[in-house]
Design a protein around this ligand. Structure first.
Ligand SMILES: NC(=O)c1ccc[n+]([C@@H]2O[C@H](COP(=O)([O-])OP(=O)(O)OC[C@H]3O[C@@H](n4cnc5c(N)ncnc54)[C@H](O)[C@@H]3O)[C@@H](O)[C@H]2O)c1
Ligand SMILES: O=C(O)C(=O)C[C@@H](O)[C@H](O)[C@H](O)COP(=O)(O)O
Ligand SMILES: [Zn+2]
Length: 355
C-alpha cells in the first residue's frame, strides 16, 4: 500500500492510499486507536453511498459506530451545522476516549475535523476523504474550520488526524462537476511546485487515461503538500503557497454567497486571473497564463471572471488570512512549477488586481 507519512515537530501520521480501502476501515483503525465508539460524520450524499460499508466494517472490527449526517454543500461549514454536530456527539455519549471519523469531501473533513478539535477540548479523529479535492488536498495538513458570512474559513484550528485513509475507487461515484472541482487543486499543485505534474495533466487525452493514473496523480499532489506542511505547519511563511489562486478564489466564493461556484471553480478563476495580471506586469514568464488556461479548459474549469462589482469583490479580499491590516501576501508564479509570495500594500491592491 503506498503510504506517505506527515512528520511534524510533535506528531506524525500516515496517509494510506489503496483501492478498496473503504471496506477495510475498521481493520485499519484497530491498529491505531483504543477507542470503542466511533462517530462517523458524513453528508447525506456520501452517507447514502458509503456509510453502510464503513459502519459494517467498524462493527466487524469490534467498534461501536454511530452515524451523524449533515446536508451536502458549503453551507454546512457553518456555526449552525457545527452546533447540530456537537449536540449529536453529546446525544451519542461520545467521550474523550472515543473518536470521530470524517467520511466525505472537504466540507465534511473541515467541519468534522473542527468539531473533533473543539468537542470536549479535542478528541481524536481520522479522515476518510471521498471527493477528489479532499483526497489531494483538504484531508491532510490539519486545517479544519468553518466559514462566516464575513469570510471563508475564518473560524478554525490546526488539528491533525490520527491517519488519512484514501480509496481512489470511490471517485467513480463523484459527479463530473465535483471531479473538475478537485482537478483545480491538482492543477494548483502542478503550478506551484511540480511542472512534471502540470505537463502530465496537459498530456492525458481522455478522462479514462487520467483515471488510470489517478493514484499517481493523488500521490504527486500529496507529496507536494507533505513537503510544504512539514516546512511550515502553521502557515506563517512558505505554506502560503498552497493558497495560490485562493485570495481571489475565496473572495469570489464569498461574493456569490458560497453557493454559485464550488471552491475549485473559484480557485481556478483566481489562479488564471492573478497569473494573467502578473504576466502583464512582467513578473511571470510569458505564456504561463495561456498554458494555465489550456489546462483549466481541458478539465472543464472556468477561467474568466463572471460580471461582478469589482470594488466589492476586491473588498472581499480584506478578510484574507495571509494579510495584516496594512498589507496582503499574495502567491504568484515565476513560471509553471515555481512560485513565490509577494507582499502588497493595502492601498496598492486595487491597482495590482486591476480586474
Ligand atoms: N482543509 C484544507 O486544507 C482544505 C483544502 C482545500 C479545500 N478545503 C475546503 O474543502 C471544501 C470543498 O471540498 P469538496 O470540493 O470536497 O466539496 P464537498 O465536500 O461539498 O463535496 C463535493 C460534493 O461531492 C459529494 N461527494 C463527495 N464524495 C463523493 C463520492 N465519492 N461520490 C459521490 N459524491 C461525493 C458531496 O456530497 C458533495 O455534494 C471547501 O469548503 C474548501 O474550503 C479545505
Ligand atoms: O493547506 C493549506 O494550507 C491550504 O491553503 C490548502 C487550500 O487549498 C485550502 O483551500 C485551505 O482551506 C485554505 O485555507 P485558508 O487558510 O486560506 O483559509
Ligand atoms: Zn483550496
Amino acid at each position: 500500500m503506498p503510504t506517505l507519512e506527515i512528520n511534524l515537530k510533535d506528531k506524525s501520521y500516515p496517509i494510506c492510499v489503496e483501492e478498496g480501502l473503504i471496506t477495510k476501515i475498521g481493520e485499519m483503525l484497530k491498529g491505531i486507536t483504543e477507542a470503542k465508539k466511533v462517530a462517523v460524520i458524513t453528508d447525506t450524499n456520501v452517507g447514502a453511498l458509503y456509510s453502510e460499508i464503513v459502519m459494517n466494517s467498524l462493527s466487524t472490527a469490534g467498534f461501536s459506530p454511530c452515524l451523524i449526517q449533515v446536508e451536502p454543500g458549503e453551507k454546512s461549514k457553518s456555526c449552525d451545522t457545527l452546533m447540530k454536530v456537537y449536540k449529536k456527539l453529546i446525544m451519542n455519549k461520545i467521550s474523550r476516549w472515543d473518536m470521530v471519523l470524517a467520511l466525505g469531501g472537504g466540507v465534511v473533513g473541515d467541519l468534522a475535523g473542527f468539531a473533533a478539535a473543539t468537542y470536549l477540548r479535542g478528541i481524536p479523529y481520522v479522515q476518510v476523504p471521498t471527493s477528489l479535492l479532499a483526497q489531494v488536498d483538504s484531508s491532510i495538513g490539519g486545517k479544519v474550520g468553518i466559514d462566516l458570512p464575513e469570510g471563508k474559513n475564518l473560524i478554525g484550528s490546526f488539528y491533525h488526524p490520527l491517519a488519512v485513509f484514501i480509496d481512489p475507487k470511490v471517485l467513480l461515484t463523484l459527479n463530473a462537476r465535483f471531479f473538475s472541482d478537485g482537478m483545480a487543486e491538482v492543477v494548483k499543485y502542478g503550478c506551484i511546485r511540480d511542472s512534471a505534474l502540470f505537463e502530465r495533466l496537459l498530456s492525458f487525452e481522455t478522462k479514462e487515461e487520467l483515471l488510470e493514473h489517478m493514484e499517481d496523480i493523488i500521490l504527486a499532489c500529496l507529496s507536494v503538500k507533505k513537503q510544504v506542511v512539514e516546512e511550515d505547519e502553521r502557515d506563517m511563511g512558505s505554506r502560503m503557497i498552497l493558497n495560490f489562486g485562493h485570495t481571489l478564489g475565496h473572495a469570489i466564493e464569498k461574493y456569490f454567497g458560497y453557493t454559485t461556484y464550488t471552491h475549485g471553480e473559484a480557485v481556478a478563476m483566481g489562479m488564471y486571473q492573478i497569473t494573467k495580471r502578473s504576466e502583464e506586469l512582467g513578473i511571470t514568464a510569458n505564456n504561463t497564463s495561456t498554458l494555465l488556461k489550456k489546462v483549466l479548459l481541458k478539465y472543464n474549469l472556468p477561467y474568466k471572471l463572471p460580471p461582478v462589482n469589482k470594488p466589492e469583490l476586491i473588498a472581499n479580499m480584506s478578510t484574507d488570512k495571509k494579510g495584516s491590516g496594512s498589507y496582503l501576501n499574495i502567491v504568484l508564479l515565476k513560471s509553471i512549477g515555481e512560485c513565490f509570495v509577494k507582499k502588497i500594500a493595502q492601498e496598492e491592491i486595487p491597482k495590482f488586481f486591476a480586474l
